[in-house]
Design a protein around this ligand. Structure first.
Ligand SMILES: [Zn+2]
Length: 384
């Protein structure tokens, strides 16, 4: 992903995302858009589920307007999960035929988008986003979180040139995917805390505007928690708007700091462990939501001096400021209550993550990224 200081690259990435449609029937605007851009040969990328959710409908619309369309259905792994790994990436790269393809269309949730954004970047093709569920904030992302040899890493890629988020499609998405999107947003409570913490204690770059956009998106989601749980049009619109805005804040900043802190590091750690063990994957946002409640519990304990081990130097030096921020961070009970309202798992047990894995991840998850989170500071003080 672009670096915070690389203004030209950031501007170019932001510049790429020109069209954002979020309304009922938005999918019917895809074909006129392709026509206008002169994209006559497209490759529609989906999986079995997302093809049924919107790919089939879009294929029909494309056929009527004689846009030449080929379809690539990404195959699931041995556990039945579609994963953005080497195998899925090569499947798509082999099917692109660069000289006969004007654009790629990602029809799906976060994983399909990550596979497509990487392939689009490598082949220099524009890609159009058609989300099928409000499940993650990564639709508009420039970086692709990929699993390479079992390790999750974010590699540079491209954002979509246009996003067509159809509320008729999104409100029909399964509740667990909707709740996952809410969990990914709720995680901004701890990611925004960690971002301020890393800026104060380690001089990591900070951007008021990106932080404000992310915070507003988060609070708007929290206000609509009941409507999101009920999957009303109003609730789904609020959630999808927040997910898109969070993605744009990352594009604006050029890195994932606004939207990803220790709660995401826990989620990545669990994801890699599940892959290692050959277990069915858990939804990204479901993990992030529960991880956010667990991190909030650990951070409040640290602020009260009850986290096991020595207090980190950063907390001794900047204790007053950090404790002031902690007062704005909801407690675990409030966070779990919000997760329940949205209809998702609220505890490790409900999520299906065991105590041993959780305890290990709390000690080691900061190692998956080089970000200066409070979790890292707590663990490094422990080892010192
Ligand atoms: Zn996320």
């Amino acid at each position: 992903m672009a670096q915070g200081g690389d203004t030209m690259l950031k501007d170019r990435l932001l510049e790429q995302l020109k069209v954002i449609e979020l309304e009922r029937g938005a999918i019917r605007k895809v074909v006129p858009y392709l026509r206008e851009q002169g994209y006559d040969h497209v490759l529609l990328v989906a999986d079995d589920h997302t093809y049924a959710a919107a790919g089939e409908q879009l294929s029909g619309l494309l056929a009527v307007e004689v846009v030449e369309t080929r379809v690539c259905l990404i195959q699931p792994d041995a556990q039945g999960d579609v994963v953005a790994d080497e195998i899925a990436l090569v499947q798509l790269l082999l099917e692109i035929r660069p000289e006969e393809t004007d654009a790629l269309i990602a029809v799906g949730s976060g994983t399909i988008h990550d596979i497509v954004r990487f392939a689009a970047h490598k082949t220099g093709k524009p890609f159009v986003s058609v989300p099928t569920a409000p499940s993650v904030d990564g639709f508009t992302s420039a970086g692709a979180p990929l699993i390479i040899r079992g390790v999750k890493k974010t590699v540079p890629a491209v954002p979509p040139v246009a996003i067509f988020a159809d509320l008729d499609v999104l409100t029909a998405a399964p509740q667990r995917l909707v709740a996952a999107g809410f969990g990914d947003m709720l995680g901004k409570y701890t990611s925004l805390f960690d971002w301020k913490f890393s800026h104060l204690t380690a001089g990591e770059p900070y951007d008021e505007q990106a932080a404000a956009i992310t915070e507003r998106a988060l609070l708007n989601c929290v206000t609509h928690a009941d409507a999101i749980g009920a999957r009303s049009e109003e609730g789904i619109r609020a959630l999808m708007t927040a997910l898109i805005e969070s993605g744009i804040a990352m594009l604006l900043f050029g890195q994932s700091h606004p939207a990803s802190g220790a709660e995401h590091h826990l989620s990545h750690y669990w994801e890699m462990e599940y892959l290692r063990l050959g277990r069915r994957a858990l939804l990204h946002g479901a993990k992030v939501g529960v991880a956010c409640a667990e991190i909030a519990r650990a951070y409040h304990a640290a602020g009260e001096g009850t986290f096991p081990g020595a207090a980190p130097a950063a907390l001794r030096e900047h204790g007053e400021q950090v404790r002031a921020w902690l007062r704005d961070l909801p407690g675990e009970a409030e966070l779990r209550g919000l997760l329940r309202k949205a209809g998702g798992p609220a505890t490790l047990a409900e999520l299906g993550v065991g105590e041993e894995l959780f305890a290990r991840s709390l000690r080691e998850a900061h190692l998956v990224r080089d970000r200066r989170t409070l979790l890292r500071a707590l663990n490094e003080a422990e080892q010192a």
